[in-house]
Design a protein around this ligand. Sequence first.
Ligand code: TRP
Length: 367
Amino acid sequence: MSKASARQIIPDPLPGERPRMLTGDTPTGKLHLGHYVGSVRRRVELQERYESYILIANMHAFTTRSEDPAAIRADTLEIVRDYLAMGLDPSKCAIFLQTEVPAISELTYLFAMLLPFNRVMRNPTLKDEIRVKGLGENYSFGFPLYAVGQTADILAFRAHAVPVGEDQIPHIELTREVARRFNQLYCGVDPHADDAEHEKLGGVFPVPAADVGAVGRLVGTDGTNKMSKSLNNAIFISDTHKQIKKKLGQLYTGRQSMDEPGDVTNALFDYVRTFIPDPERVKELERRYAAGDDIGDGHVKMEVADAINELLEPMRERRAAYEGDDAKVIDILREGTRRANEAAEATLSRAKEAAGLRFWPRRLEIG
Ligand code: TRP
C-alpha cells in the first residue's frame, strides 16, 4: 500500500497537558446513521478525555456550492442540531464556525507555502471527489486549496488526534507533512526525529494522527453503496420509527423464504451487528438465519428497525429542544467559536514567532 496508509500513531501530549482533538464536517444536509457510527459516536466518547474542538467547515462548503449560500447557511445550523442530538455536549467540546476563526485562514496561506503544488494535487481524496462529482477540469482554485485549509483547521488547535472516517486519511497525511516541515524549518526539530517526539523537541505542532472509528463504512439501505444522502439510501437521525421501517423494508437481500439458509455476511446482518445491542441476541439471529430456521428477512428487519428506533429516540428528543430556534443554536456556536479563537490565536502567535513573522503582540476583538 502507499505511504499514505502507513499507520499513524496518536502522539502523547506534553506532561501535564490534556490531549487535544479536532475534527469536523462540511455542512451538506442532515446527518445520518453512517455519520453517527462512523465518527460522531467516537467523538462523544472522546469529549470526556480530550480538549475537544468540533469544526463546521462552512468555508469548505463553498468549494463546490458557492452558488448556494442560503442552503449552506441552513445546513450549518442543521448540523449543529444533529451534533447536539447525537450527544456532543457544548460544555465539553467547542462547536465552532470555520469562517469565524481568522487564524485558520492565515495559517492556510502560510502552510500553502510549505507544500509543493503537485503534492497537493496528488491527494487521492481530491482525485476521487473530482471524479465522483464530475468536476473534470472545472473546479475552482479554492477546491484544492481546501485540502491545505484542512491542515490549518487541525494544526491551529495543535491537535493530537483527529477522529474521522477512512476517506479523510489522505488529508491527515498531508497535515502530518505540514507539521513535520514547519517544525523542521522553523523550530529546529531534527529531520530524523520520531513523529511522536516533535512537540517534546520544541516543535510548535504535534504530528497528529487520524483516529478512525470501528465502523469505517456503513452500507446504505440499498444494500450496496456507502450510506449517503445523495444516493437516497440514508436513515437520518431525525427519521421516525415508521420511516425507518419503510427504508429498511427496501433493503434487498435476494433471499426467497424463511426456510432457506441465509447469508449472514449480507448488508442486513451488518445492520444486525451494528445496531442490535445484545451480543447474545445477535448470535442467535445469525445462527437461525444461517440455518434457515424459520426466520424471515421481514422479522430481522423489524428487530433492526426497533433497535435503531431505540437508539434514535433520545436523539430526536434532544433535537426537538433546538428545532425552529436558530438563536439558541447560534448562541452555542458563538460560545464555541470564542473558545476556538482563544486556542487558535495562541497557536498563530507561536507559529508567527517561530517563522519570524511576529513583530508585536496583536489583540483581535472577535465575536
Ligand atoms: N473534509 C471534511 C469532510 O468533508 C471536513 C473537515 C474540514 C475536517 N476540516 C476538517 C475533518 C478537519 C477533520 C478535521 O467531511
